[in-house]
Write a protein that binds this ligand. Sequence first.
Ligand code: SF4
Length: 188
Amino acid sequence: MNNRDSLPSVAAWRAAHLVERLGRHLRAGDFDKGLNPAQREALRYLARANRFSKTPAALADYFASSRGTVSQTLIALEGKGLIEKTKSDSDGRSVILALTAMGRAYVAADDETLLARDIESTGEAALIASALEAALRAAIRRRGGREFGVCRTCRHFERDGATRRCALLDEPLTAQDAEAICAEMEAA
Ligand code: SF4
């Protein structure tokens, strides 16, 4: 019998159950404040993505969704004044997405933000985040999906004292960039 045939430990079952309950708790508020789940998820993504990943294409990849579906979501969010689109400085053709002040206020009061505060209050936020991230990576790998993750866990992330750099895109990175989600991320 290999590890895959044996049952998980009681602690692992309990953790899986708690994750599922937390997910249900978050989804319970999904239609609050006039947004559907896809629209809320898009706002959450834009609040956490880095500057290379705030595009409709990256959003579609992140949600494993079609460009058409994402486009409808973005049109709705723009119509509600929660996001704005600008042309990319680099090629002038691709669209860059950003939260408006109203979008940022929405995210600040969002259930996921409130849950993050609850997690922070345990004093174990970093530990919880890395354990959940490892579990999520394993789940994505099992399904053959594409990994997204925070920049500082990427194999292209380089740090020399206070200087941070992306070796793939050859761009300097800030401390804030290091904690953001990136569409190009490859696990170290
Ligand atoms: S280091 Fe990796 S995650 Fe960070 S910006 Fe570069 S490609 Fe993206």
